[in-house]
Ligand binder design. Structure first.
Ligand SMILES: *[C@@H]1O[C@H](CO)[C@@H](O)[C@H](O)[C@H]1NC(C)=O
Ligand SMILES: *[C@@H]1O[C@H](CO)[C@@H](O)[C@H](O)[C@H]1NC(C)=O
Ligand SMILES: *[C@@H]1O[C@H](CO)[C@@H](O)[C@H](O)[C@H]1NC(C)=O
Ligand SMILES: *[C@@H]1O[C@H](CO)[C@@H](O)[C@H](O)[C@H]1NC(C)=O
Ligand SMILES: *[C@@H]1O[C@H](CO)[C@@H](O)[C@H](O)[C@H]1NC(C)=O
Ligand SMILES: *[C@@H]1O[C@H](CO)[C@@H](O)[C@H](O)[C@H]1NC(C)=O
Ligand SMILES: *[C@@H]1O[C@H](CO)[C@@H](O)[C@H](O)[C@H]1NC(C)=O
Ligand SMILES: *[C@@H]1O[C@H](CO)[C@@H](O)[C@H](O)[C@H]1NC(C)=O
Length: 289
């Protein structure tokens, strides 16, 4: 091939590469914390429970697996402590270990002497209890947070479009055959904005339970904000608009090729279906069972 012929192709390629890199990932984003020191008993600072808890939490970061999950228990009877940790699926293993290490230290600072607690780091979740927690679907405690920078105009359209993406991701999260129960994607909405969403369940619950958990989380989304997260012990949901908050490269590598949510259909004459707004009558904000 002659140089002359090669050069234009080369220039074209450079332009293409530039196009690709201008869609800039915002990952890793700012780190937000949420936690709930479930008011259900305390331990004393010289108790066996405390020794067991400290020991157990120190084993999380070194032992969390490459799927970003860890569960373990130690101690007997009233001194038994159970822990579960889950990293967001788009992290590199070293990021998972670092963030979960941070969370295991912070949970003790934020919830001193609490027998049960949950800590949601931006990129992982750590939870411990004197009760058995492995394999049990838990909606509660729950928490949520929103991104309020922009004011939405056409709410009905926005949430209809967003829910198409969330429904599709929920199915992929719950029923995919991978040990990592997650799905993430983006979808252009009718206002030509990009909706990004990420859903994940702990791998110890059934697909049906995962589906139920995420379905309920989607119903809790408050109307108004452009982005937000619904945090639960068993499932995670986050969405943002025009803000690529997760590692899309990693998601592309890990995610089994799945059906993308339906693209925007060309405008039709038929009226849109009646809107059932997310938020579903729930007052929002508070945990429930
Ligand atoms: C506290 O623990 C008791 C005893 O196991 C349990 O029945 C109850 O549901 C717990 N309460 C909360 C708020 O978690
Ligand atoms: C956990 O701790 C709470 C509060 O002290 C207590 O009521 C409950 O019985 C404990 N559960 C177990 C399984 O020991
Ligand atoms: C250690 O615990 C025992 C009973 O559990 C209590 O009597 C004692 O005062 C505690 N000591 C300290 C230093 O907290
Ligand atoms: C959870 O912990 C139990 C008890 O240590 C262990 O048998 C089981 O393999 C663990 N499951 C996962 C998915 O890590
Ligand atoms: C955990 O991470 C946060 C945010 O990056 C940081 O402010 C905090 O100091 C860290 N805590 C520990 C114990 O490393
Ligand atoms: C913690 O969770 C409990 C039980 O779900 C809830 O009643 C309580 O309001 C939560 N606390 C905070 C500070 O959110
Ligand atoms: C949900 O996922 C399953 C398995 O991946 C697939 O067979 C099914 O068609 C999906 N359902 C919807 C409504 O997308
Ligand atoms: C995103 O994932 C890719 C693929 O695993 C990795 O090479 C890259 O370092 C990740 N980006 C960040 C900021 O961690």
């Amino acid at each position: 091939m002659s140089y002359r012929k090669w050069l234009p192709n080369f220039v074209f390629l450079i332009c293409l590469i530039n196009l690709v890199v201008t869609v800039k990932s915002e990952f890793p984003t700012n780190i937000n914390f949420n936690y709930n020191c479930t008011a259900n008993g305390t331990y004393t600072s010289n108790s066996t429970y405390k020794t067991n808890l400290d020991t157990l939490l120190s084993t999380v970061s070194p032992n969390i697996d490459n799927n970003g999950f860890y569960n373990a228990s130690t101690g007997e009877n009233s001194d038994r402590v159970n822990v579960i940790a889950l990293c967001r699926a788009d992290l590199q293993p070293y990021q998972c270990r670092d963030y979960v290490k941070n969370a295991t230290v912070e949970i003790l600072k934020k919830c001193p002497n609490q027998k049960q607690a949950i800590f949601w780091h931006e990129f992982c979740m750590v939870r411990y209890s004197n009760e058995s927690i492995f394999g049990t679907l838990a909606y509660s405690p729950s928490d949520q947070g929103y991104s309020n920078e922009k004011v939405l105009t056409n709410l009905d359209e926005f949430y209809q479009d967003l829910n198409i993406l969330l429904d599709s991701l929920r199915n992929q999260t719950a029923y995919n055959s991978s040990p990592m129960k997650f799905a993430a994607d983006r979808r252009v909405n009718r206002k030509k904005e990009q909706n990004y969403a990420f859903e994940q369940c702990t791998p110890d619950i059934t697909p049906k339970e995962c589906d139920d958990c995420l379905k309920d989380s989607a119903l809790r989304i408050q109307i108004g904000p452009y982005g937000g997260r619904i945090l639960r012990p068993s499932c995670y949901l986050r969405f943002e608009t025009d803000f690529p908050f997760y590692n899309e490269t990693m998601v592309d590598i890990l995610q089994p090729p799945a059906k993308s949510p339906p693209p925007l259909s060309p405008p039709t004459a038929s009226p849109p279906p009646p809107l059932s707004p997310p938020g579903g009558g729930g007052g929002g904000g508070d945990a429930e069972t």
